[in-house]
Design a protein around this ligand. Structure first.
Ligand code: NAG
Ligand code: NAG
Ligand code: NAG
Ligand code: NAG
Ligand code: NAG
Ligand code: NAG
Length: 486
């Protein structure tokens, strides 16, 4: 280590801070400065407590983290580092900090399992980061008793033997989160066989406010997903699909909306939490543009056009029925064109949107020339209803929706049912269609500028059609004010 590096190092003594199991208080810590690293005392901590400490590391710095005074009823701890935007390395061995190995871990939501019961050697891990900026991080230690399942104890795939962390991978409008099964130590010292493990795993998700990339919001969200009690209280449980491994979850990505994923392992009355993992579904730091869904001048213009058409439809639509009647075919044409564009080649978004709009205009023109087909309009409304139903279907429906052979017949029957229903009440239908399409156009356009999630009504179905494997994704959107006004 560079001797000249001025290391601010802290000794923390943490005294009876806890009011009840799992509740945490971020804490009245006293700090002392010497040159060893951070020493955390777990005196007076009980099972399932969370110790939390914000740390700030100078560029290219390293830190020794030592844990001491571990009460004797604590059998193991999960020591976690959550960094804001930058990556860091956490390692069991000082010598391995510079290598990729099976005893060190690189990332921004990382954590290691440390056995504490009957250990005499100092309990120590090493943190390093190689960013040219200060590293803003949260150090977390969660304590567990002898009966708690060991997160990642039955690891078969990750590099580190016991891997309480999760892996997140974002691609193609999907977010994949992978975890390794937990293990358990019986009181007679034997552990369960990992093949037929009786341990139950549950996955939870928490959304952040959309387009909020501040560190305070980030750390606040992480803090709410650390202990089992907090996770169950703050997160939404996500069902496992029947077509994917029970240790994997796939989500539809909401670009620019942060989300925290947490996993809980439960065995009888005991439970433990994995290291939560986080994503914005884009990189606000490296590619800020990636955090907007459609992000060029061209889509601004399209949206302005859509807004104008929508307003026209609402304001003067009853005077000029032809504008009004071509709106639905315009929308369906647009979506069709966009899907065709996506499937036929690797064009940029702008070209895809252009092809989509060409189709939209063509469809509108055709329906205007051929006169008004009522059924076409009603089918479009049925389509919109089916899309909304898909997006907002309750969690238990996921078991049905993930199967393509069940989903598509249901989707089409729903369109047909809505269409037939509207045919039977054609006068009402006309009013409804006009109101809904007009306002949907207006809302989608406004939505584009304000960034709410309404556009995902259409985006989700487009993803379902164009992205292979998207049927396995959980699509339910974040609840956020503006979105529900449709
Ligand atoms: C922290 O503890 C010190 C003494 O132990 C006390 O004077 C101080 O008021 C406490 N601060 C808070 C925020 O509780
Ligand atoms: C970290 O601890 C090791 C011993 O485990 C010691 O040699 C080293 O100087 C410490 N480094 C820092 C930065 O405190
Ligand atoms: C952090 O690491 C991941 C995976 O290696 C990488 O994709 C990402 O760009 C890194 N982030 C930064 C800020 O370097
Ligand atoms: C970790 O890596 C070392 C050296 O590469 C190897 O000897 C050791 O068996 C590995 N341990 C595990 C658990 O894979
Ligand atoms: C240890 O206990 C568990 C359950 O309490 C039991 O299933 C297992 O067979 C026991 N193992 C040994 C070696 O006694
Ligand atoms: C679990 O808790 C219930 C109620 O607190 C208790 O009756 C039961 O014996 C416990 N089971 C185990 C295996 O400890």
């Amino acid at each position: 280590m560079c001797a000249d590096m001025n290391r601010a190092v802290i000794f923390l003594s943490v005294l009876s801070l806890f009011f009840s199991n799992g509740t945490m208080a971020l804490e009245n810590t006293t700090a002392e400065f010497d040159s060893v690293g951070i020493t955390v005392s777990l005196l007076n901590h009980r099972e399932n407590d969370a110790f939390k400490q914000r740390i700030n590391l100078a560029p290219f710095n390293r830190l020794n983290i030592t844990v001491r005074d571990v009460p004797s009823d604590i059998w193991f701890i999960v020591l976690q580092i959550h960094t804001f935007q930058y990556n860091a390395t956490l390692s069991y061995d000082k010598a391995l900090l510079d290598k990729v190995s099976n005893r060190s871990l690189f990332g921004s939501n990382i954590g290691l399992y440390l056995k504490t019961y009957g250990i005499t050697a100092p309990i120590q891990v090493f943190l390093k980061h190689e960013n040219v900026y200060n590293l803003d991080a949260l150090l977390v230690i969660i304590t567990y008793g002898r009966n708690a399942p060991i997160p990642g104890g039955c690891n078969m795939e990750f590099d580190i033997k016991v891997s309480p962390y999760q892996k997140l991978h974002a691609e193609n409008g999907m977010i994949l989160v992978d975890t390794q099964p937990a293990s358990i130590l019986f009181s007679n010292g034997s552990s369960i066989s990992c093949e037929k493990s009786p341990i139950q795993h549950k996955m939870y998700r928490l959304y952040l406010p959309r387009q909020d990339f501040t560190s305070d919001t980030y750390f606040d969200a992480i803090t709410r997903m650390l202990t089992v009690q907090d996770i169950v209280q703050n997160g939404d449980e996500i069902p496992a699909g029947t077509l994917t491994s029970s240790m994997r979850r796939i989500y539809s990505a909401y670009t620019g909306t942060g989300s925290v994923y947490a996993m809980v392992a439960i065995y009888e009355n005991y439970s433990s939490a994995y290291v939560p993992i986080f994503t914005y579904a884009c990189s606000p730091l490296l590619y800020p543009e990636s955090c907007k869904v459609l992000n060029d001048a061209f889509s601004h213009i399209i949206c302005a056009l859509v807004l104008i058409i929508g307003c026209l439809s609402i304001i003067i639509g009853y005077k000029y029925p032809s504008i009004d009647h071509s709106l639905p075919s315009c929308m369906i044409g647009g979506i069709l064109g966009y899907i065709i564009a996506l499937n036929t080649g690797d064009y940029s978004i702008a070209i895809n949107v252009l092809i989509g709009s060409t189709f939209a205009i063509l469809a509108a023109a055709i329906s205007a020339v051929l006169g008004v087909c009522t059924w076409l309009r009603n089918i479009s409304l049925g389509f919109l209803c089916a899309c909304i139903t898909y997006l907002y279907a309750p969690a238990w429906m996921f078991y049905v929706l993930e199967h393509n052979w069940l989903f598509w017949p249901m989707f089409i029957s729903l369109i047909l049912a809505t269409t037939i229903l509207l045919m039977t009440i054609s006068y009402v239908a006309e009013i409804i269609t006009r109101a809904i399409f007009g306002s949907y156009f207006v809302i989608v356009a406004i939505d584009y500028y304000t960034g709410s999630n309404l556009k995902y009504i259409i985006i989700t179905i487009i993803r379902r059609i164009t992205i292979p494997g998207f049927n396995l994704a959980f699509v339910y959107p974040p609840f956020q004010g503006a979105g529900m006004s449709l």
